[in-house]
Structures are given as C-alpha cells and as structure tokens.
Design a protein around this ligand. Structure first.
Ligand code: ATP
Length: 265
C-alpha cells in the first residue's frame, strides 16, 4: 500500500487528562519492498491497557517490536517518557522499563517455576573466593512473592510441565515482573488458553493496571479486547486506521475496521 491509498482514521478515544507514556510518531518500517508499518502515529498513555488489533500481517508485531527494541524504524520516531529513544536491542528497552511477553512463552518444561522466572538473571551472592554463586534462597523468596502477586497457590519448586496453560502464561508474565516494568507488551496472551486460563490472565492484567503498569496487548480475540482494553488501536495493511474506545463502539465495527480498513456505512 502506498501513502496515496491511506485510509480514513477515526479517533474516538482522546482524553485531555491522560499522561503520555510513549508515542509512535510517523513511524514506518520497511523490510525490503514490504512496508510492514506505514506512518503510524499512536500515543500510549500511562496506566492504560491498549489493545492493538488487526488481521494477520497487519503490522501489529512489527509495531510492537519497534518499542521493544527488536527493530528500529525505517522512518519516524519512538518517544518514551517525553524523549526520543533509539533502542538497538531488547536489553536497551528493558533498561528503560519495557518488557515483552512473547506468544511462545519460551518456558523450559523440565525446570521449576523459580528457575524459569529467573533464568538469565539469578540473584548472586559471594561464596568462598572471588566467584559469585546463585543465591537460591533469594531466588525462591522472589518467586514466592511473584506467585503471591499472581494469586497462584503454587510452589516455586513445581516443574513448569505440570502447570495449566493459564498458569504457564502467568509464569511468563512473572518473569517480566522481576524487572518491575513500566510498560508490559503482551503478545496474544490468551490465544492458546481455555476460558478459565484466559480469566486468570485477565485478572492478572487488571491487577497490573491497578499497580500502575501500562500494558499493550496484541490480540486477535475481540472478546478479550472488549473485556480488557481502555483503547483499541486497529491496524490494517500496516496503517493505523482507527483508535477507538470499547465503550463507544462494538465488535462489528472493529471487525469491519480490521478486515476492510473502514467502518461499514
Ligand atoms: N523480518 C521480516 N522480514 C520481512 N518481512 C517481514 C518481517 N517481519 C514482518 N514482515 C512482514 O511485515 C508484514 C507485517 O507483519 P507483522 O508480523 O508485523 O504482522 P502482524 O499483524 O503481527 O501479523 P500476525 O497477526 O500474523 O502475527 C507482513 O507482511 C510480514 O510478512
């Protein structure tokens, strides 16, 4: 799609009292000849749950990957806490408080919950001599606190293989909470879950919101999106075609937007 084909954008979500946490500003990402994201401007407000929806290939992941440091924009700017940021990699985004929970979760089934949450970032203590060793007591204490927050009556020593889909998703969320993120990006957090599993995730997202975290959820599931989101950003063929307030629209309108780029007349 070229710029000349640009689609009408409907915006029904603007509130004057919201503080901007981050912003995509005229952001474009090209992979060779493919324009995955085209000229997107989208603010992300502090403490909101923003849903990003769109059909397969609409550009949702690419857009999020430009906030999480996986990709750098071909054009445009990413603003975080009022200043332009240029993350070269996800570690740099993490340092600024941006965490992503990816769809594949990347859990290791034969390891316990505590190890899965801490892998790559175990607390260390000095042992005899100059070598640091893993502080297992601290590791299990941290995990107990995270499981309490997640309201999961599980032992830190339980192997992840024994957990339900919803619990596995929460362990992946727990792993990102170790960094106390300001912005949490969740990629299709309920796509593989039962109704009960999805409810676990929804409850956790509501609690994270109550604690002040900003969350962006990429989802195909409009049921979820309408239950969770404060705003819905709709992408179509790389462009942001609308940002809407779920209380002022309905699923049919959002479905029309994400399948055709325009609301039905
Ligand atoms: N690394 C890449 N190299 C080349 N093309 C890419 C790359 N990543 C994404 N694309 C292309 O960019 C477009 C947008 O892809 P993206 O994955 O962002 O969409 P999406 O909305 O997240 O889709 P889905 O819901 O299927 O995950 C697609 O045409 C895709 O093929």
């Amino acid at each position: 799609m070229t710029k000349d084909d640009s689609l009408e954008t409907t915006t029904t979500d603007v509130r004057d009292d919201q503080i901007e946490k981050a912003r995509f500003e005229d952001v474009t990402k090209q992979f060779g000849r493919v324009i995955a994201v085209e000229d997107v401007t989208l603010p992300i407000y502090e403490n909101e749950i923003l849903a990003v929806v769109g059909d397969n290939g609409a550009g949702k992941s690419t857009l999020m990957n430009m906030l999480s440091g996986v990709y750098q924009p071909t054009a445009g700017r990413v603003i975080f806490d009022g200043e332009q940021v240029q993350f070269s990699n996800p570690s740099e985004a993490r340092e600024r408080g941006i965490e992503t929970v990816y769809q594949d979760l990347a859990l290791m089934d034969d390891l316990d919950i505590a190890t899965n949450i801490h892998i790559g970032k175990f607390p260390k203590r000095l042992d005899i001599g100059p070598v640091d060793v893993i502080d297992w007591r601290q590791t299990y204490e941290n995990t107990t606190k995270i499981l309490e927050f997640l309201q999961q009556d599980l032992r830190p020593t339980t192997e992840v293989a024994f957990l339900s889909g919803g619990q596995r998703q929460l362990v992946a969320v727990g792993r990102s909470l170790l960094f106390d993120p300001e912005v949490l990006i969740l990629d299709e957090p309920t796509s593989a879950l039962s109704v009960a599993g999805a409810e676990l995730v929804h409850d956790t997202m509501h609690r994270l919101k109550a604690e002040g975290h900003t969350q962006i959820v990429v989802s195909h599931n409009l049921e979820d999106v309408f239950n969770l989101a404060d705003r819905i950003a709709v992408m179509y063929r790389g462009q942001l075609v609308a940002t809407v307030n779920p209380e002022q629209t309905d699923k049919e309108t959002v479905t029309d937007l994400l399948t055709s780029g325009t609301p039905s007349s």
